[in-house]
Design a binder for this molecule. Structure first.
Ligand code: NAD
Length: 484
């Protein structure tokens, strides 16, 4: 049986308590994971602090950049190990992880190394009454020990999206991966040792949230800042913990994203994009679409085309090249998504396709499978039109005017992303400006330039990450004023 240990101060560390990691594909036990207790978390935070006070804290930017390039290269050298581990934990198709999760996980180290290497700061000359003047210049310094709390849907990619900039800025981190996906964060510990990253710069503690590693980390007074991706409810709890000591937070949280499809869209592109935004990664993408608004003249045609696209998606094992969709992450999540499917019907939805748990062959039947599902016929107040489900499903509703659809898309507590499908450029620009989100796509979805700001409006997030925006959280910007 595989054992996944904590990674503290450059060592793999066992624990008194272990928890099971099961495969979402067929529910087999794939590993036992060491749960970090309060003492382990304390040791990790102290190791991170010691690293900041050691050579890492004094390292020249050029040397730090070289190390981070080395991390990216080593992930790519061990690409298949990461691919295997990520797909074992999540059940996602290898075809997806090979193109998204692993390469992006590696790229996150290079992109932020480049940002830090090249970013300028500001300079002002100040006139003074004695005529001698003063010089002001800003410098960036690491914020310190950063607690990194991660979700399970894109484990390596979202974790390195935080660890990449944190280390590029010279911080030390203690990472708490999701209990569902412990493997790739642990493998990254091997990579750190292989490239010669100083001990204590990168630490991993495994476990759950409340009364476990998550809470131990976020309440630890030695943690200077907390970055978190996950549910808004969890973010609220973490914010309470961060209030002690008034520590800064960076939050990427839930969404209930709307796609808006105008009748003048490129129809095939809108269908292809909406199929991906609703169903890729089995709907477990924070930026994914769960509400689709379609202008009435093309409504029936759109529903029919999305239905046939959804029904063509093959559910299967990660290593089967014909697999389009894997399982949900866990039995618990399967039950949650299924309860929404039942609620949709109870509230009067028309089920266009799906709606339940599929019958799978052999041992796969023990896995966490769910059917891609499309509903119509519900009002905007229906539960499945308001709450984040995080499964492969959407409700499609018709709309009659631009004003009407903007109001309806904005009528939600979340504000993460939207996808607007139209060939009218002026309208695209107008609507993108009025939708209350952090990310608005026009005629695309999930197209990301890592230099651009990423984050959510309203209850979908606090702060922006990406490119120079990550520096706002991972550094203290200090002004030096020199009187001449
Ligand atoms: P989650 O909030 O259940 O868990 C996220 C992490 O927080 C896990 O590591 C968990 O162990 C930890 N945690 C839970 N309670 C805690 C506590 N009290 N203190 C400290 N840590 C705690 O989220 P999830 O189910 O892993 O991920 C799905 C959610 O993440 C969805 O809501 C999705 O929209 C969101 N998400 C958002 C983005 C984004 O960029 N905005 C990206 C991916 C996922």
């Amino acid at each position: 049986m595989k054992q996944i240990k904590n990674f503290i101060d450059g060592q793999f560390v066992a624990s008194k308590t272990w928890f099971d990691k099961r495969s979402p594909v067929d529910n087999t036990l794939i590993a036992q994971v060491a749960e970090a207790g309060q003492t382990d978390v304390d040791t990790a935070v102290k190791a991170a602090r010691a690293a900041l006070n050691g050579p890492w804290g004094q390292m020249a930017i050029a040397d730090r950049v070289d190390l981070l390039y080395g991390v990216a290269d080593e992930i790519n050298r061990r690409f298949d190990d990461f691919l295997e581990a990520e797909c074992a934990d999540t059940g996602k198709p290898m075809s997806l992880a090979r193109h998204v999760d692993i390469p992006r996980g590696a790229a996150n180290f290079k992109i932020f190394a480049d940002v830090v290497k090249n970013v300028p700061t500001e300079f002002f000359e100040t006139a003074t009454p004695d005529g001698r003047g003063a010089l002001n210049y800003a410098m960036r310094r690491p914020v310190g020990v950063v607690g990194v709390i991660c979700p399970w849907n894109l484990p390596l990619l979202l974790m390195t999206w935080k660890v990449g900039p944190a280390l590029a800025c010279g911080n030390a981190v203690v990472v708490k991966p999701s209990e569902e996906t412990p493997q790739t964060a642990t493998l990254l510990g091997e990579v750190m040792n292989a490239v010669g990253m100083p001990k204590g710069v990168y630490n991993v503690v495994h476990g759950f949230g409340p009364d476990s590693a998550g809470e131990h980390l976020t309440t630890h007074p030695g943690v200077n800042a907390i970055t978190f991706t996950g549910e808004t409810r969890t973010g609220t709890a973490i914010m309470r913990a961060a209030a002690e000591g008034a520590r800064p937070v960076s939050f990427e949280m839930g969404g209930k994203n709307a796609a808006i499809v105008f009748a003048d869209c490129d129809f095939d592109a809108a269908i292809e994009g909406t199929l991906r935004s609703c169903f890729i990664n089995c709907g477990q993408v924070c930026l994914g679409t769960e509400r689709v608004y379609v202008e009435r003249p093309i409504f029936d045609r759109f529903v029919a085309a999305l239905k046939s696209g959804a029904e063509a998606m093959k559910l299967g094992r990660p290593n089967d090249p014909s697999t389009g969709i894997g399982p949900l992450i866990s039995k618990e999540h399967q039950n949650k998504v299924l309860s929404y499917y039942q609620k949709a019907v109870a509230e009067g939805a028309t089920v266009i396709t799906g709606g339940g748990v599929p019958k799978m062959d052999g041992e796969l039947d023990q896995g966490c499978w769910i059917q891609p599902t499309i509903w119509t016929g519900l009002g905007d107040d229906a539960t499945v039109c308001r709450e984040e489900i995080f499964g492969p499903c959407c409700h499609i509703a018709p709309f009659d005017s631009e004003e009407d659809v903007i109001r309806r898309a904005n009528d939600n507590v979340y504000g993460l992303a939207t996808a607007i499908w139209t060939t009218n450029l002026a309208r695209a620009h107008r609507v993108a400006g009025r939708i209350e989100v952090g990310l608005a796509w026009v005629n695309s979805w999930f197209l990301r330039d890592l230099r651009t700001p990423f984050g959510g409006a309203k209850q979908s997030g606090i702060g922006r990450e990406g490119g120079v925006h990550s520096l706002e959280f991972y550094t203290e910007l200090k002004n030096v004023c020199i009187k001449l």
